[in-house]
Design a protein around this ligand. Structure first.
Ligand code: THU
Length: 132
């Protein structure tokens, strides 16, 4: 672990400012670390055609993948909610695919944080092992 939870949260707070969420007004920031010590960040990007919306977590992972990263570590997710917001179901599947059973760090803008293991968020996950 090269980065502290605080650094990941801070990167997610910063990128959240770029969220394009005019329809939901629900801004999300995510930051995922790599084994090389890099951090990839993402915000949610919405569309007038609502179903095209992409979540912050996937934007962060897609950015890393497109730079050649194949495996990630912990991911931080930041929203402005009192009850900490966990990744949606689709993002849980994608985090499992590329990060595996990592700690997921949830935070709001007021310093409330909680860390949950991916296997708790997505028990009995479907993954590549079933395809062999
Ligand atoms: N959203 C995320 O970015 N990540 C999640 O895990 C939950 C939902 C975004 C999608 C949409 O832009 C807004 O939050 C409301 O659903």
């Amino acid at each position: 672990m090269i980065h502290s939870e605080k650094e990941l949260i801070s990167a997610a707070v910063d990128v959240r400012n770029h969220a394009y969420a005019p329809y939901s007004n629900f801004k999300v920031g995510a930051a995922v670390e790599t084994e090389d010590g890099d951090i990839y960040t993402g915000c949610n990007v919405e569309s007038a055609s609502y179903g095209l919306t992409v979540c912050a977590e996937r934007v962060a992972i897609w950015k890393g993948i497109s730079r050649g990263v194949t495996r990630f570590g912990r991911i931080a997710v930041v929203c402005d909610t009192e009850e900490l917001t966990p990744p949606c179901g689709v993002c849980r599947q994608i985090i499992w695919e590329f990060c595996g059973d990592v700690p997921v760090i949830l935070s709001n803008l007021h310093g409330k944080t909680e860390t949950i293991q991916m296997s708790e968020l997505l028990p009995r996950a479907f993954d590549s092992k079933f395809l062999k």
